[in-house]
Write a protein that binds this ligand. Structure first.
Ligand code: PGA
Length: 248
């Protein structure tokens, strides 16, 4: 399966920064030194239009960072999945741990968002992952199972779903699980998907949390790791590109 490397810019970038970053990525794509994987960037909502215009035709896909479960209505401040589709997105991140923590999003809400994303023609990138306390309490697998069970839409084609395993304690900390730990969780997720889908092998399982150019080759080489979701390092074009170029 072709891997996917997606950049989650989070709440970063004024117009000039976002445009400079997008232009730097497009310049690399145009230089022909393309990584052997699919690429996507998920800028903040304010930059979707400008970044989308800049990357059009470059082969780099556009994604949102969140969407509402309803297509439209009285939801001040929210952005719907059809709106993201309309502006040119093909992906949307749902259930990122920062949304789960800062906005109290439940598995049921994440499922509703992922369902709405699919209905709008977007591929949801559903994030799951345990906290440090949960890992230390040896609850990682139980947490992953619960989140996966609760967050995935009832009906979705395996190939139109991306799952990102992001241990909360690895996000933005410079810490990562061992290769064996990542392999164990990803194998477990694959097994859970296999119980649901005949074509479970078509769902891309990303690893996320402190992926950098220096550890990308190792992480992207682990069995059942079909790509990466990159936070901090995706804000530096050279780093994002270097990570993608480490796709085996
Ligand atoms: P990080 O973030 O790469 O900065 O650790 C990953 C994420 O939150 O998706």
């Amino acid at each position: 399966m072709r891997k996917l490397v997606a950049g989650n810019w989070k709440m970063n970038g004024l117009r000039a920064d976002g445009l400079a970053l997008a232009r730097a990525l497009v310049a690399r794509a145009a230089a022909g030194d393309n990584p052997d994987c699919d690429l996507a960037v998920c800028p903040p909502a304010t930059l979707l239009q400008a970044v989308g215009d800049t990357i059009r035709g470059s082969g780099i896909a556009l994604g949102g960072q969140d969407c509402h479960a309803e297509p439209a209505g009285a939801h001040t401040g929210d952005v719907s999945a059809p709106m993201l589709r309309d502006i040119g997105c093909s992906y949307v991140i749902v259930g990122h741990s920062e949304r789960r923590t800062n906005h109290g999003e439940s598995d049921a809400q994440v499922r509703a968002k992922a369902t709405a994303a699919r209905a709008a023609g977007l591929v949801p990138i559903v994030c799951i992952g345990e906290t440090l306390a949960e890992r230390e309490g040896r609850e990682t697998i139980a947490v992953i199972e619960r989140q996966l069970h609760g967050s995935l839409p009832e009906k979705i084609e395996a190939s139109k779903l991306v799952i990102a395993y992001e241990p909360v304690w690895a996000i933005g900390t410079g810490r990562t699980p061992s290769d064996a730990e990542v392999a164990a969780v990803h194998a477990h997720i694959r097994g859970l998907l296999a119980a649901r889908f005949r074509s479970a092998g078509e769902t891309r399982l990303l690893y996320g949390g402190s992926v950098k150019p220096g550890n990308a080759r190792e992480l992207l080489g682990i069995a059942n790791v079909d790509g990466a979701l990159i936070g901090g390092a995706s804000l530096v074009a050279a780093d994002f590109w270097a990570i993608a170029q480490n796709c085996p």
